[in-house]
Design a protein around this ligand. Structure first.
Ligand code: CA
Length: 220
């Protein structure tokens, strides 16, 4: 999952970025509303964590413009304790959830996972597929109840394919999800991790859709 973090406070922003990376997210961080709006025209993010008090353009305006464009990107807003009106307006403008500063990083990642579950129409905490079970909170994968050790990026690919079973993701979509800005993307990274996943989990799990990308079919 690739997150766009919009936060002008250096200390808070770097703590949130570190916490999200630790939780398995790829994070792009911008510091003001104009940069946020620009970044959002590029359609590579899965989640938006949006501070409301921002220089150059406030967060509520960023959110309103995003929804006016018809984007349904999941959004969690960050607000000050006394800003009840902002929270209400944010939710009415289409935010999925909010957190009041100061907040605990564990609560942020738990809320982002909850948003992901709601978006995927899933109420159970773990994702099950055949004899596979993936726990997004612990980043833990088991096959027939046995833990499968895999690189964090391989797990991120598997999670993305499991979350949208029955739909193919392109190699470019998977690369965008794995790498933030300024990180060098090696050309065959996705293929390498798909290879690892197939080796550990069986060849038939992930299908190659010729000319499109990769897919895990829905269970019958
Ligand atoms: Ca702020």
């Amino acid at each position: 999952m690739r997150v766009l973090l919009v936060e002008d406070d250096e200390l808070l922003g770097s703590a949130v970025q570190a916490g999200l990376v630790q939780a398995g997210y790829t994070v792009d961080w911008v510091h003001d509303g104009v940069d946020a709006a620009q970044s959002l025209t590029f359609d590579g993010h899965d989640l938006l964590v949006l501070d409301l008090g921002l220089p150059r353009k406030d967060g509520l305006t960023v959110l309103r413009e995003l929804r006016q464009r018809g984007s349904d990107l999941p959004v969690l807003i960050l607000t000050a304790r006394d800003a009840v009106e902002d929270r209400v307006r944010g939710l009415d403008l289409g935010a999925d959830d909010y957190l009041i500063k100061p907040f605990d990083l564990d609560e942020l990642t738990a809320r982002l996972r909850a948003i992901g579950r709601r978006r995927a129409g899933r109420s159970s905490l773990s994702i099950r597929h055949g004899n596979l079970e993936f726990d997004p909170a612990a980043r833990n994968l088991t096959l027939d109840g046995e833990a499968v050790p895999l690189h964090a990026k391989a797990i991120a690919i598997l999670e993305a394919l499991l979350e949208c079973r029955g739909r193919a993701l392109t190699r470019e979509q998977l690369e965008q999800m794995l790498y933030g800005w300024g990180e060098g993307v090696e050309s065959n990274t996705v293929e390498v991790y798909i290879h690892h996943l197939r080796k550990q989990l069986g060849k038939e799990l992930i299908h190659t859709i010729r000319g499109v990308g990769y897919m895990i079919p829905k269970e019958k």
